[in-house]
Ligand binder design. Structure first.
Ligand SMILES: N[C@@H](CCC(=O)N[C@@H](CS)C(=O)NCC(=O)O)C(=O)O
Length: 272
């Protein structure tokens, strides 16, 4: 069997890349990873070379190209039926696929307002009321899924002792719940702790923390256009991580360097 090559985006931000990556890792399936960073304002043109949608993740296996996170997981499960990507019992497998599909197709309010961000310090967002309501609805449904499945399986993961593809599909939500301080339920926090302790999670997170790219659109705390740019002296930054990029909606004459520090997100410098 030829090697599997998984093309992914930044580990700090790319929630869809994270899903098949952690599913394959946790199942012990060997693959090579190619990281293509989101370091261009209008998306990286290399995404189009590896994926027909111009989006990552994308899996290459010889001549075969598979895009869409869940399709990648299904392809791997076809290749490695004994790897335990899905739960063993047919009924459990059906439910695992159903909740994975819910994740793939839904929870848009949460996904839009609260992007995955492995290095963001924990802190609540000040969201407009209508956005908050949508996010709260998504959180309630996800907590119900997690609670019911773990009650039935005995946990610590959704389908019992092993981390499955369903856990992988929700892994980025664990990060969102944590960094935006969205949940307090003991069972939810217990599930999050189990996922975060998984060696595959730790490996991804540690690599994410080494990255220096800043993607303004994925920084929930970014200043928006109605807020005047906050200029800061570079000297004030004890350990700045910065990238010379501009959001796509900024006129080219207002190219800016962005930076992030423990207090959050700031514009460092405006480039003429
Ligand atoms: N439904 C797709 C979503 C893929 C997706 O939106 N990927 C993002 C990264 S997390 C992307 O490639 N964005 C680049 C762009 O939109 O230019 C999947 O499940 O794989």
């Amino acid at each position: 069997m030829g090697k599997l090559v998984l093309h992914i985006g930044n580990k700090n931000y790319s929630s869809w890349s994270f899903r098949p990556w952690i599913a394959l890792k946790a199942a012990g399936i060997a693959f090579e990873e190619v990281l293509i960073p989101f370091d261009f304002p209008a998306g990286n043109p290399r995404f189009k070379e590896v994926s027909p949608t111009g989006r990552v993740p994308a899996l290459h296996h010889g001549d075969i190209r598979v895009w869409e996170s869940l399709a990648i997981i299904e392809y791997a499960a076809d290749l490695f039926p004994d790897a335990g990507l899905w739960p063993e019992a047919a009924g459990d497998r059906a439910v695992a696929r159903a909740v994975s599909m819910e994740m793939l197709a839904g929870f848009r309010a949460l996904r839009n307002a609260c992007p995955m961000n492995m290095r963001r310090p924990v802190g609540r967002l000040d969201l407009p009321r209508d956005v908050q309501d949508g996010v709260a609805e998504d959180i309630a449904r996800i907590e119900t899924i997690w609670r019911e499945l773990r009650q039935k399986s005995g946990g610590p993961f959704l389908f019992g002792a092993s981390f499955t593809a369903a856990d992988a599909m929700f892994a980025p939500v664990v990060n969102r719940f944590e960094i935006y301080d969205l949940v307090t339920d003991a069972g939810t926090l217990d599930y999050m702790a189990a996922v975060k302790a998984h060696p595959a999670w730790v490996e991804w997170r540690d690599a994410a923390l080494q990255e220096s790219w800043i993607v303004p659109e994925d920084e929930a705390d970014r200043p928006n256009d109605s807020v005047p740019l906050q200029k800061e002296s570079r000297g004030d930054w004890s350990k700045p991580q910065r990238a010379c990029i501009s959001p796509p909606n900024y006129p080219i004459s207002r190219r800016v360097e962005f930076g992030i520090n423990t207090a959050g997100y700031h514009v460092l410098h405006e480039v003429e």
